[in-house]
Design a protein around this ligand. Sequence first.
Ligand code: ADP
Length: 669
Amino acid sequence: MNRSALALAPPAAMQERWFHNLAPLSLALCLAAITALVWFTRAYDAEEQQATLISDTLWMEQNLRFQLDRNEAQLQQIAPALLSGERLSTQAEAQLRQLLTQDRGLIRILWRDQDGQLVGALPPITDKHLADKHPTDDTTTTTPEALSRLTRSIGHPIFGSPYPTADGQIHFEVSIPTWSDSAFLGTVIGVYSLSDLVMRELPWWFSERYRVAVLDADGKEIAAKSKIAPLAANRSYTTSLDPPGHGLLLQITPYKNETRWMPLLLSASIMLLGGVIIWSIWQLRRQLTRRQAAEQALLEESAYRKAMEDSLLTGLRARDLDGQLTYVNPAFCRMTGYDAADLIGRRPPLPYWESDHDERRRELQECLRDTGSTPNGVEIRFRRKNGDRLDVLLFEAPLIDAQGRHTGWMGSLLDITEQKRTRALAQQQEERLQATSRLVTMGEMASTLAHELNQPLTAIASYSSGCINRLEAAEIDRGELHGILEKLDRQAHRAGEIIRRVYDFVRRSEPKRELLDLSAVIRDAIGLIEADARKRRMRLTTEFAPQLPKIAVDPVMIEQAIVNLVRNGMDAMRDTPVGLRHIHISTALDPSALEGGALVVRVTDCGCGIDADTARHLFQPFFTTKEEGMGMGLNICRSIAELHRGRLYFEPTPNGGTIFTLSLPLTLA
Ligand code: ADP
């Protein structure tokens, strides 16, 4: 990860954490909001209900008051007629009866004279009615006489305390004083049944919705509209029932079973919506988690692939259908010497193209168009940024995207510059070897050629001088001359034949290998040089390791190499005292030499040795320290060694001489 990536990492991680916590946070907030909303809705609904309850109660109370006031007004209206002592007019009687209809709450009307004595009553009073109890704790206000007196003294209607009747009902009375021209006539008393008044006044919808009860001053229920106990007693509303007063209370309690659909529907829809939101958030969170996991996997996968691509030694490059570079890997950049930034987005001609290979590239393009890929690879040359040559083996394949569309080409490149160079070098060496092996053979053949040609040339010379002699002596016998010229022609043809044979032999380039005993080859080589050694008073000794495996070598070449090495040793001992001129040739098996072991031939001399300056140029062609030397011997010997995949090297001996070692691999065996 680079520095900028590191610098970006903490905010990115924080952002991710923030996103991750967002879902539960919003879930909690949503839940809280829904709960609050439902709670507010319900509270609002309860308040609404309470407000409705209060207004309904007040409406009920006002209704009662209105009823009582109306009754009172009508009683005042007919009071003078009742107290006059005269017979009631039909209209007054009708009025009286109307007042006593059930829905007015009045159950009886009494009228008393100025002394409080009962004058009349409708319906008439029976003994049973006389048994109706009047409270005794407050005689001044509640006995009929006392009420009459009080009414008279106050001068306006007064309501009496409620009292139970013999049949268990609760009654109360209103006493209305009546005057005629400031003369007090008496009082008219309206007797109300509390339950009749309260219950008959109730409209049906009210009694459907509420339970109505009247409580006395002690809070005891003395009248009620319904026998069913209300379920929401705590939500009842109580107001004083005045008139008649005396501590009477009107209590209204709503029935629970009333279903308020609107708030319920509202709450239900809020909860449903809330549920949907919570589910969506939950799904979103799951989706997010899944996406994060996928992203993580993708990151790991891409990091893994990038590591693989970065570690590749094969260069990779992608280009679109217009040839514009879209991707290069580090190996490709290393090969060409260009940075990825220099290459990506570049259109043809690309900077690493070699102009000499334009034709080759065109061929490649055509091949790609026709076959779609280059499965066996094609060799092509590029130019590195520093100008060096870059030979590559290019494999091209089409790039197909996720939709199956062909979007470009992916190329993988193997750097074969070194390989090609080695191959070219090997070819050069091979050619050089072939030339040198020809040279070796040439040297060998030179003497043969000289010897072989000597004979026909001598014959040609003698035949031609014979002809000249005959011509000069002017004794020409045409037959004899013809015979001489025929012989001359034969000799010339023979010489030509010899030269052709030598030419053919020299043209032969391949070493002709045979499976041979190396010791035997060396023995043959010594045989070739023995006479010379004797002449130069050199001692040759050999030491052959027993049971050496046979190896496949060109015997002529090996012989030539051994002869060369022995001859060089003899040359080096030119100034060595005669008794010390000794060359030792040995063979051995060296399992550690080369790879897989080798057969080695050592040629040890007691000569002048090789100084450092000579050693530097020893194997160079035409390097010699000898007047008559050609300087090709060691170069040819090393070529012969390499031709057999072997080595030729030298080392000094303790007595100042030199050991030349020719090692030949056992793999030739
Ligand atoms: P030439 O024999 O024609 O000079 P070579 O390539 O065989 O060519 O040898 C090159 C030179 O290496 C020789 O001229 C000589 O100076 C040196 N040289 C080769 N072999 C020996 C040796 N055994 N001891 C000392 N010098 C050697």
